[in-house]
Design a binder for this molecule. Structure first.
Ligand SMILES: [Zn+2]
Length: 207
């Protein structure tokens, strides 16, 4: 039976960004909790079946929920002086004392955060795709199937969390760091950047 992995974000917002060129940034939070990495399983579900002539059960994982921890940094002085040009060909933000055109709107934290959230969800979906492949590779399911005392469900899950954690740790987060870095380059024509600006426009239109 395949293992289904669901992934969601956890975002820690910091109201300080020392980069005059950026309204905001996002990065993976490598140490969100002592002893934990940026990518962490927080919920698991296993089928259980009793083992004949024994007090043991087979616990077989079929569902894992994973959280990816991010840090979002906001450049408040820049946002305060920021405007947004929703030109459909080149939507973009800029800093000025006044808008260059009456169709431009004032940037604010909510609008900028919608932009960053769009990047975050692009990363979350990429992690989810990757983990669903990873946890369904040959041999992984066997690793996440254990024989354990039926009465000690808590102990069984503790063991299963440790095993899943080892798997996540073995994978590392280098490739997600790279993915994040690509998203951070903010190339105006990249798909993630276009999606983020579309999200910003939609958020403003919904006001
Ligand atoms: Zn962006």
């Amino acid at each position: 039976m395949p293992i289904t992995v669901r992934v969601g974000p956890s975002i820690n917002t910091v109201r300080k960004l020392d980069n005059p060129n950026r309204f905001a940034s996002v990065e993976l939070n490598r140490t969100p909790i002592p002893g934990s990495g940026a990518i962490r399983a927080w919920q698991m579900n296993a089928h259980t079946a009793p083992v004949a002539r024994s007090r043991d059960c087979i616990f077989q994982v079929f569902e894992i929920d994973v959280v990816v921890h991010f840090i979002e940094r906001l450049n408040l002085p820049k946002i305060k002086r920021g405007w947004f040009d929703p030109n459909p060909d080149h939507p973009s933000g800029y800093e000025a004392d006044a808008p260059r055109d009456p169709s431009h709107w004032k940037l604010d934290v909510a609008n900028v955060s919608v932009h960053e959230y769009s990047h975050i969800m692009d990363v979350v979906r990429a992690v989810e795709r990757r983990l669903n492949i990873e946890f369904n590779q040959a041999g992984v399911q066997e690793q996440l199937t254990i024989q354990w005392l039926c009465d000690d469900e808590a102990g069984a899950y503790q063991r299963l969390f440790a095993l899943a954690g080892q798997r996540l740790q073995a994978m590392g987060i280098a490739e997600f760091e790279q993915l994040m870095a690509r998203f951070q380059q903010h190339q105006a024509q990249s798909e993630t950047e276009r999606a983020a600006r579309r999200a910003q426009i939609a958020e403003h239109e919904s006001r």
